[in-house]
Every structure is written in structure tokens, then in C-alpha cells.
Design a protein around this ligand. Structure first.
Ligand code: ADP
Ligand code: MN
Ligand code: MN
Ligand code: MN
Length: 340
């Protein structure tokens, strides 16, 4: 049997890049390790990554996962987009993330990202929203159970199983504050791992939702008004933070993030100003604060971390629609760059 390799990459859609993929059938004599995966290409003029007269872009395999959708020997291949001269394409944010991961390797940065997302009906309304009007106000939905409060659980469950089968380090799922909104968490793993796995997790979610006739949105504020937005809280630690007495490194990390707050906000996803309003468990986008247990702060130090005096911090600012290669790289550059 031939092997189907699904080559997956991130396109040039503005302001929020999207996933693309296509299938390469390879001989079953070939192995399925990264080194066995051939370089491939695509038409960049159809993905906002090239002009028609110089349309060829290159797909360079970066990481291989078992394909839980097709099963068998089939694989998912997360790729970097390259120019034909061998340089990273301007839309390739993984290349810079790889440089930062290497530079600060000795601090052993680890991430857990909480991906919030919204399931939409074909008419664009979230699942659980009536065709006209609104459902009952927020309150019963977060971590809820029961038909009235909860829709879309089958998709979230199928997605969790698919992540586990693919080797994505999923650490949990939960129903979120707005009807039709869910979350999955990836981590804790390293900078490149969390980013590759979050993109693959998103791919699997879109792919599974197709079969249910549901559209997945990672938009930061899918419903205007008194409804929670979708974030991608980014939990971060270094080796020093995880060791006894690491709280002083966690506080130093919070201060370093405060020094570069504007730089971070600018890369924390399209529409971040609409989501970080100061309401709905957010700090305003133009203010910076950190605190223990504080879900209205930019950065939260979890209660247990304050008790243990070691652990990690949670950057609550990133939107659901972030590029994790960019956000995780910035956090390492800022926090590890400020460490002596
Ligand atoms: P909450 O919803 O209360 O903010 P979650 O349980 O959804 O928290 O997410 C917590 C995240 O923190 C998980 O993704 C987990 O992998 C991550 N995490 C736990 N320990 C660490 C650590 N030492 N460094 C980085 N991330 C961590
Ligand atoms: Mn969470
Ligand atoms: Mn959440
Ligand atoms: Mn959180």
C-alpha cells in the first residue's frame, strides 16, 4: 500500500494566516521519518505568498506525525515555507522561532497553550445560538454538562482522540464560557514542539469539524457584545522557574514582559484590542499588570505556583488567532533575554 503524506503549511492570508494542505502519495518502500519526506512545492500565487510570474514556493518538511484521520502508515507533515533560493519565506515564522529555541536552550523553556475556539453553524452562528436572537446569558456553559448548556461535545471528544493518536501533547479540553466555545490545551513542551503541535491540533480540529458540517473559528471576538472572546493563554516556564525558589524568576519574567508590553500586544493576534477590553476576564490591551490568581491581569501567577514558590506564569493576552511560533518566540526572547 502506498503511503499518503498530508503536507501542511501556513499561508500568507492577512491579517491572520490560515492552514493549507495537500496530499503526496509516496511509495511504501519509503520510511516515514522526517528524513524520508521529500521537499515539495506549491503555487504561492494562490496563497498570497507569491506573484503569478514567480509562483513557486517550497515546502520543507519540519516534523512528521502519524495521521489519525487516515490511520495506517499515513502521516501528517508539518512544513516550513521556503523561497526557491533556500531562504525562509517572509511568512515562515518557524525559522526565527527555531533560532530563538537554539539560542536560549540552556533555560529549557516550556509552554502550555490553551486554545479557545468557537464552533459555527453553516449560517455563521455559533452552535447553541438560535437562528435569530441569543441564547440565555453566560453562566452555565463553562465546564457545563447537559443538553441545554452544551453543544459540540462530540467534535471536541473526537478531536482529543485524534490529537492523542497523532502524538500531539494535548493536556485537556473543556467547554468554555460562551455557548459553542471550547478549549484544548497543548503542553507543557518546548517552544517549537508547542507551536508545531498547536498548528497540527488546529488542523485536526478543522478536518474533523468538516465531517460534522461545522466551521471552526479561532477569531478573537466571534460574537460582539456581552460574550467572551477566544484567547490562547500562553503558560510559560524556564528551568530556573521550575526549581525551588523559582518564584523570583517568575516575578522577573513578569517585569520583563511589562517592559516590552507594546511589542508583545502588537503580535498577539488580529483584533486583540477588541478582546482585551478590561471586561470578560481580561486586562485592557493598553495596560499591563500581573498578580496571583488574577484573571483580570495581563499575567496571572497561578495560586498553586505562589504556594509552591515555583512553577510557571500565564500570559492571558494572546488571542485565539495567534501564530504560536511568533508568540512563543517573543516570550523566550523577552524573558530569557532579560536573564543574566
Ligand atoms: P486555566 O484554564 O486555569 O488557565 P489550564 O489547565 O487550561 O489552566 O491550562 C494550564 C496550562 O499550563 C496547561 O496547558 C499546562 O500544560 C500548562 N503548564 C503546566 N505546567 C507548566 C509549566 N511548568 N510550564 C509551562 N506550562 C505549564
Ligand atoms: Mn484553560
Ligand atoms: Mn479558557
Ligand atoms: Mn488560562
Amino acid at each position: 500500500m502506498a503511503i499518503k503524506a498530508e503536507y501542511i503549511w501556513i499561508d500568507g492570508t492577512e491579517p491572520t494566516p490560515q492552514l493549507r494542505s495537500k496530499t503526496k502519495v509516496i511509495s511504501d518502500d519509503s520510511g516515514t521519518d522526517l528524513a524520508d519526506m521529500p521537499i515539495w512545492g506549491f503555487d504561492g500565487s494562490s496563497t498570497n505568498q507569491a506573484t503569478g510570474d514567480k509562483s513557486d514556493c517550497v515546502l520543507k518538511p519540519a516534523r512528521v506525525f502519524p495521521d489519525p484521520i487516515r490511520g495506517g502508515e499515513n502521516v501528517l507533515v508539518m512544513c516550513e515555507v521556503m523561497l526557491v533560493d533556500g531562504k525562509a519565506h517572509p511568512t515562515n515564522t518557524r525559522a526565527a522561532a527555531a533560532r530563538t529555541a537554539k539560542k536560549y536552550k540552556k533555560h529549557e523553556p516550556m509552554f502550555g497553550i490553551e486554545q479557545e475556539y468557537t464552533m459555527l453553524k453553516p449560517n455563521g452562528n455559533p452552535l447553541g445560538f438560535p437562528d435569530d436572537g441569543f441564547p440565555a446569558p453566560q453562566g452555565p456553559y463553562y465546564c457545563g454538562v447537559g443538553e441545554i448548556a452544551i453543544t459540540g461535545r462530540n467534535i471536541a471528544e473526537d478531536h482529543m482522540d485524534a490529537c492523542l493518536a497523532a502524538g500531539v501533547t494535548i493536556s485537556g479540553i473543556n467547554a468554555e464560557v460562551m455557548p459553542g466555545q471550547w478549549e484544548f490545551q497543548v503542553g507543557p513542551v518546548g517552544l517549537l514542539e508547542v507551536s508545531d503541535e498547536l498548528w497540527i491540533g488546529r488542523y485536526l480540529l478543522h478536518r474533523i469539524a468538516e465531517d460534522y458540517g461545522v466551521v471552526i473559528s479561532i477569531d478573537a471576538k466571534p460574537v460582539k457584545g456581552d460574550w467572551n472572546g477566544a484567547g490562547a493563554h500562553t503558560n510559560f516556564s524556564t528551568k530556573e522557574m521550575r526549581e525551588d525558589g523559582g518564584i523570583k524568576y517568575i516575578e522577573a519574567g513578569c517585569k520583563a514582559l511589562g517592559q516590552r508590553a507594546a511589542v508583545h500586544i502588537a503580535s498577539y493576534g488580529d483584533g486583540v484590542e477588541d478582546r482585551l477590553t478590561g471586561a470578560h476576564e481580561t486586562q485592557r490591551h493598553d495596560q499591563f499588570s500581573y498578580g496571583v490568581s488574577d484573571r483580570g491581569a495581563s499575567i496571572r501567577i497561578p495560586w498553586q505556583v505562589a504556594v509552591d514558590k515555583k512553577g510557571y506564569l500565564e500570559d492571558r493576552r494572546p488571542n485565539g488567532n495567534i501564530d504560536p511560533y511568533v508568540v512563543a518566540r517573543l516570550m523566550v526572547d523577552t524573558i530569557c533575554g532579560a536573564m543574566k
